[in-house]
Design a protein around this ligand. Structure first.
Ligand code: SF4
Ligand code: SF4
Length: 58
């Protein structure tokens, strides 16, 4: 399980980044959220934080 970011939907607000308990989210060079799939534990916290529904857990 890992967070999948829809880069086209992401508006780069950064809300998800601070809520990740393991620090798996960071902003990429284009200012979009990026998930480190190796670090992500699939908790789903970020999914509910995103205001535009750009995150799904798969
Ligand atoms: S699912 Fe949980 S561990 Fe994975 S990126 Fe989102 S908040 Fe972090
Ligand atoms: S909360 Fe959603 S819109 Fe904001 S940076 Fe994260 S993925 Fe992008």
């Amino acid at each position: 399980m890992a967070a999948i970011i829809d880069k086209d939907a992401c508006i780069g607000c950064g809300a998800c980044e601070g809520g990740c308990p393991v620090g798996a989210l960071s902003m990429d060079d284009e200012g979009k959220s990026s998930c480190d799939a190796d670090a992500c534990i699939g908790c789903g916290a970020c999914e509910g934080t995103c205001p535009v529904g750009a995150i799904t857990i798969e």
